[in-house]
Ligand binder design. Structure first.
Ligand SMILES: [Cu+2]
Length: 129
């Protein structure tokens, strides 16, 4: 048995560990395309990637939420000046993503927020058309 063949299993293990860590260190790159008729939002670094999220008014729509953090996040939707949630998305840790099915919102301005991190918030605008 050569020194190489004795070392190889160890090297393979190191490679698997290194690649595994790289994979769970969070996704990068451009945002995914929004689902047809819907919207997309990303959480990264305990922050949403945009201060304002536009969605269609008057009909249910899909909201693709990509969590690029290890931390758990979700997206919940509230009236602009109220705390009774109109929609609450599943909380999950990343990197992972979900497509939330959000019920119809009348045209107007709302607030979106992560339930785990209330400092993660923004303005949601439901636009007709
Ligand atoms: Cu969060």
């Amino acid at each position: 048995m050569t020194a190489w063949s004795r070392a190889a299993p160890g090297l393979v293990l190191v490679a698997v560990v290194v690649l595994g860590c790289a994979e769970v260190s969070g996704r990068r790159g451009p945002p995914p395309s929004p689902p047809a008729g819907g919207a997309v939002i990303i959480a990264s670094g305990i922050a949403f990637d945009r201060p304002t999220l536009e969605v269609p008014a008057g009909r249910a729509f899909p909201l693709l939420f990509e969590n690029r953090d290890f931390a758990s996040h979700d997206v919940a939707i509230y009236p602009e000046n109220g705390n009774d949630a109109l929609f609450v998305g599943e909380v999950f840790s990343g990197p992972d993503s979900r497509i939330y099915q959000v019920g119809a919102l009348p045209a107007g301005t709302y607030r979106f927020e992560c339930q785990v991190h209330p400092q993660m918030d923004g303005k949601l605008i439901a636009k007709p058309g």
